[in-house]
Design a protein around this ligand. Structure first.
Ligand code: ITT
Length: 205
């Protein structure tokens, strides 16, 4: 089955392709089909924004559309950057810009990092991923989360976004030190995708 992924984020695209292929789903990107529309993100809930993205694109294509709205919620910052994760340092910010602002803000708030089982961290944190898979007639919505911490020792070159600062206590490394398959096993997106596959198995869209 073909699914259009309503994203302009190459990091997400690679993760979806790798995850969905073994289940027989072919992920087609917006770029593949020549759609350049950027859907405005309004609201303060990941799930609502995922639906907005999927619903906007499903009007333009004739296959199911999957959208992902995701982000990092840092406890010490009251859940920020949250739904503003992609543009935390401003519209058009790079991953490096966003990480720098996050480090500056958390340092200003927390002061000194603390010890979490041998890792110096600034705060507990959580990745959240909301997915909406829509046809013109209905949508399936799922959410996945991944608990961890914001490390004071960023490292790793894999993944994208905030992966170098997201410490996974159970594996004692950052998300950016994991292979794509390892990340899928523990990540917010992997958790959401497993829920989505289960829903599709039970109830074809
Ligand atoms: P699309 O809207 O086109 O899908 P986007 O990057 O703007 O792309 P979001 O609005 O959902 O997507 O913002 C998600 C941001 O959260 C993303 O840019 C990263 O900064 C961060 N993020 C989400 N998932 C992540 C992950 O698995 N690893 C690291 N950072 C992640």
């Amino acid at each position: 089955m073909r699914i259009v992924l309503a994203t302009h984020n190459e990091g997400k695209l690679k993760e979806f392709r790798a995850f969905m292929a073994p289940y027989g789903y072919e992920i087609v990107s917006l770029r593949d089909i020549g759609v350049g529309v950027v859907v405005p993100e309004e609201g303060d809930r990941f799930a609502d924004i995922a639906r907005q993205k999927a619903r906007a694109i499903v009007q333009l294509v004739d296959v199911p559309v999957l959208a992902d709205d995701s982000g990092l919620c840092v406890d010490a910052l009251g859940g920020a950057p949250g739904v503003y994760s992609a543009r935390y340092a401003g519209v058009g910010a790079t991953d490096a810009d966003n990480i720098q602002k996050l480090v500056d803000d958390v340092r200003a708030t927390v002061g000194v990092p603390w010890d979490m089982d041998g890792e110096r961290v600034w705060s507990r944190a959580r990745f959240v991923c909301a997915l909406a898979l829509c046809t013109p007639h209905r949508c399936i919505d799922v959410v996945g989360t991944c608990d961890g911490a914001m490390t004071a020792h960023p490292r790793g070159t894999n993944g994208f976004g905030y992966d170098p600062v997201f410490y996974v206590p159970s594996l004692r490394c950052t998300c950016a030190q994991l292979t794509r398959a390892q990340k899928a096993d523990i990540s917010h997106r992997g958790a959401a995708l497993r829920r989505l596959i289960a829903r599709l198995d039970a109830d074809a869209i």
